[in-house]
Write a new protein. Sequence first.
Length: 481
Amino acid sequence: MKLSNSYIGLPEDFYQVINPLPVKSPKLIAFNEDLAKDLSLTMDLDEALKYFSGNSVPENTTPIALNYAGHQFGNFVHELGDGRATLLGEIEVDKERFDVQLKGSGPTKFSRQGDGRSALGPVIREYIISEAMHHLNIPTTRALAAVSTGEHVFREQIEPGGILTRIAKSHIRVGTFEYFASRQQWENVKLLADYTIQRHFPEIRELDNHYLELLKAVSNGQSKLIAKWMSVGFIHGVMNTDNFTISGETLDYGPCAFMDEYDPATVYSSIDHGGRYAFGNQPSIAAWNLASLAGCLISFIDNDSKKANELATKVLDDFSINTNQEILNVMCQKIGLDGNSDQHQTILKDLLKIMIPNQADYILSFRYLGQALLDKDSLFLDQFKEKEKIKEWLSNWKLTVKELDLDAEELVKKMDSINPIYIPRNHNVDNAIKAAYEDNLEPMHELLEVLKNPFKENKKYSHLTVPPKEEEKILQTFCGT
Ligand code: AMP
Ligand code: MG
């Protein structure tokens, strides 16, 4: 495996040089052959096990743990950093760099009281959900390998240990900027900004105000990302600034979950007591996180602080407006309509309003709406309790679609290409983890297989489309750290 290290070109304060700590008896429980191929990685499974357990470090690379700070639930934490991860190095593919990071690879100087390890459950969870996100066409870090370590970790109970190999466009977070800005190390903030521009947004180098453009570029990426999350019911769960990327990828799958029944107030995370990161709050939290980034960059935006503030505020205001519109666009597309039309927006909002008290399934309601256009209403109507209300909405929607004079079959195809039928539902992910804990990896691999084609119905997997029964519902998810 040929890795390089561009991040160690930055000053020493940015990282700690550290090797992963070897583990007792590692087993490769998943290896993402497709991703390995995309990264032009050629290795056999023995080699994969060696490197992705941390028991062997590839030649010619210098593994590091990255330094960062962050706002957690709104409170600033001065020092966080990779307490249980090491960046093995970077892979270059078509002039783009990708981080290869081991998560759960042993203590670093950022570990504080932690053991630097990860339980196997959260490793499997991140593997399944991040891959599902990728196949749903949502920017995300990816999972290259999962290893069980043969060691135990001590959490609320004793659990088997695991290591995830994560591939990311980078691991630069808003919290990385905050680390240096909070210490008033402006030279380092600037170095980080320049590194980020070079790596992620090289086109900015041609423009006038680099640091304002950086803020804009990050905002644009996040706008699209958040809209995509909203369109599939993804709840990140810990949108702290240390989990908020500059690259626009979804990062850190801790207590995240896909919502079954639609309700904007939905929260799964056991640590989110106030509902700060509830489904419907995600756009405004993203704006909050971007404001933190703006604070780090502000002094580079203009020498005149009033002008710098005005310029940054405009970017943040635009972010909120654009994100709102982006969400309307993707949501209206889900019902075959146009997010720029007031009439269509109203139809969307009416549907969402009916869905809440009906506890309608977020995935199946949209997926089966297409069928209703082909006069197979029942699957759609089954998602609702108040039949009269939803029938009235449905006929109004059908009339509107008819006025557009589109080919119905074509439109349904288009809707089906953005309304998934398979998502990693909580109860299915949980079953896969429970089975893996009993040495049965089949449910995990079945789920991974199905989630590769989330838009294409396959009758063989109909059990994975079904929302949880009352007794199967998982109401809380945990970080597992
Ligand atoms: P996360 O919840 O993964 O976003 O992690 C938040 C912070 O806690 C990061 O600085 C992690 O590196 C650190 N952390 C989480 N779990 C552990 C652990 N088991 N050992 C050491 N540090 C940890
Ligand atoms: Mg994190």
